[in-house]
Design a protein around this ligand. Structure first.
Ligand code: DNO
Length: 360
């Protein structure tokens, strides 16, 4: 298990690399060029600049989250080839600064979706919340609510310029069914995976969050069967997963430890977090500790440990603690993610100790 931390970059995150150095066990920074919109070229000088900042503090640059996929690729428009060429160019450039894994998603229009960013929990902290009944037929309402709550930060997948053309976007996706989306993903993968093999960069698709279709848009990375189908689209180790327990865990039918046991050799990046799912299907993000939510996080870590997992891991969203919601990015505060790391490493270390004593 190679512990990492998602950092949004200088001037774009209230957490600094010096803060992160003080969290035990963090070896790498999960980074990106966050000012790039999907389909835009990434310049080498800027890539090198951020990579240098990261390595100068002793961290690895191995994981980029995300290089976003242009809508034309997901929709399957003729212009997709141009955007795939740009994507390939970015893969090649990133390989030059030691990138080994690229996390991306193939969700139409929206990335992660919530209805509230600061829902209060019984302990007085607050966290991202999804209320099924608040998802109306009007996606604009949800977009407005999320953008208003995001302070001055632009959030990946929630670029105001792109979402200002919501009607147009929905129209463009009109004929994109689950089948069509799978075909378009296959087309994309068939072009990029040979390059990834040559440049030794593994692709790790992020599951849909939440794990069901929203606003009539298809979502195809959300269950064991969907993931099996995805992995078969291009059967190469370079076509892999970001296994996010929070996203997949929003649907209690997903048996996460069993899925990890099945897919472990194609999981290149693990996002570990907990969600509490209510009976009506609403869910809220909670601490990483298993007892606090619906995801048995210790069992998740055990499933990775059993399989000798050597991939990258990061704690994922946490609650906003001790007033930090005034300045932190929604879901990406310092404290709960640092506590999460200690929980994950605590479970991992105790399993290692057992193993070294000759136990299982
Ligand atoms: C949410 C993240 C996602 C993820 C993208 C990958 O906080 O896990 O936004 O970065 O889906 O492209």
């Amino acid at each position: 298990m190679n512990m990492t931390w998602r950092w949004y970059g200088e001037g774009n995150d209230d957490i600094t690399l010096d803060h992160i150095r003080q969290i035990p066990g963090v070896m790498g920074i999960v980074w990106s060029l966050h000012d790039k919109v999907a389909g835009e070229e990434w310049d080498m000088a800027k890539i090198q600049e951020v990579a240098d900042q990261i390595t100068s503090k002793g961290f690895s640059t191995a994981v980029v989250e995300s290089v976003n996929v242009h809508d034309d690729i997901k929709i399957g428009l003729p212009s997709r080839d141009k955007y795939i060429d740009i994507y390939i160019d970015t893969i090649k450039k990133l390989s030059k600064v030691g990138v080994k894994v690229i996390c991306y998603n193939f969700m139409p229009i929206f990335d992660w979706t919530r209805t509230e960013l600061y829902k209060e929990l019984p302990d007085g902290s607050n966290a991202l919340f999804y209320e099924k009944a608040a998802i109306t037929d009007n996606p604009q309402e949800m977009v407005d609510r999320i953008l208003q709550g995001s302070k001055n930060f632009t959030m990946p997948g929630w670029e105001p310029e792109r979402l200002s053309k919501l009607d147009e976007l929905f129209k463009a996706y009109e004929n994109v069914t689950e089948e069509v989306l799978f075909d378009n993903l296959k087309y994309f993968l068939e072009r990029i995976i040979p390059v990834c093999e040559e440049y030794d960069v593994k692709m790790a698709i992020h599951p849909d969050d939440p794990a069901w279709p929203i606003f009539g848009l298809p979502r195809i990375i959300r269950s064991r069967n969907h993931i099996r189908r995805f992995l078969d689209l291009v059967d190469s180790p370079y076509n892999g997963l970001t296994f996010c327990t929070g996203s997949l865990g929003s649907n209690p039918e997903n048996d996460l430890p069993a899925m990890i046991r099945e897919f472990h050799d194609r999981i290149h990046f693990a996002h570990i977090r907990n969600v509490k799912v209510f009976e009506n299907g609403d869910f809220i993000e909670v601490s990483h500790r298993g007892q606090d939510g619906s995801v048995d996080v210790a069992e998740v870590v055990k499933a990775y440990h059993e399989n000798g997992f050597i991939g990258y891991v990061r704690p994922d969203h946490g609650r906003h603690l001790w007033g930090e919601e005034k300045h932190c990015r929604p879901g990406y505060g310092l404290y709960d993610r640092a506590l999460g790391i200690m929980y994950l490493l605590g479970v991992w270390d105790s399993l290692e100790n057992e193993k070294n004593k000759g136990g299982k």
